[in-house]
Design a binder for this molecule. Sequence first.
Ligand SMILES: O=P(O)(O)OC[C@H]1O[C@](O)(CO)[C@@H](O)[C@@H]1O
Length: 253
Amino acid sequence: MVIYAVKNYDEMSRKAANMISAQLILKPESVLGLATGSTPVGAYKQLVEWYEKGDLDFSRASSVNLDEYKGLSGEHDQSYRYFMNSNLFDHVNIDRNRTNVPDGLAEDAEAECRRYNQLIRDLGGIDLQLLGIGGNGHIGFNEPCDVFEKGTHVVKLTEETKESNSRFFASIEEVPTQALTMGVGNIMSARKILLLASGEAKAQALYDSCFGPVIPAVPASVLQLHQDTVIIADEAALSLIREKGYSEQVIYI
Ligand SMILES: O=P(O)(O)OC[C@H]1O[C@](O)(CO)[C@@H](O)[C@@H]1O
């Protein structure tokens, strides 16, 4: 696990976009594991800008997204399929048939989870997995629990996550109660992982994930066991790591 420090959200977004661009340049047919939430929006915006300047080519890439709300169609403006289309896919030359998000409307959600696991295998695994982190340490929708779930599964969202995501809905009652999410095993099989964290609300989760015990109560702590995880975090997100005296383990870029 390497922790890079940046000043703020904009710098984090640019560095993240740099890493994703490098991945695409080194391997144009990369399988990108993509994330939603407010954290990666700036990175996607930067990628679109570079694409528009002619500096990036997504035509041979594929993507798999981490998660989707159960019960929302891809047309719903809070679905993660809609998020990906409007923040990235609509603006770059990625082949839409090679972009994948779990189907939130699948009649048989368990079968959809199995299909998604097989899809990731058929693609040859994920080259670079982008992650945000929840205030409770969740990655994808792997919420704090007693075990690390390996494969894609249906999860009940915690009150904390519903509360946090209610800012995107008219009211908390409209936030779906369940989601389909890649499991920790799917994420850990990615060849490279890039986790982004911005803001003080992530400071505790980031500290626990990087320096606490590896436990399913802090899902992102499992990344300590991954061979090639890069974290890009801004000063606010790093505040507790610094306070606890771990500054020398953080590299400025
Ligand atoms: O980036 P945000 O909006 O802070 O969300 C953090 C995490 O929460 C999720 O949006 C799910 O609630 C994840 O996809 C994301 O990693």
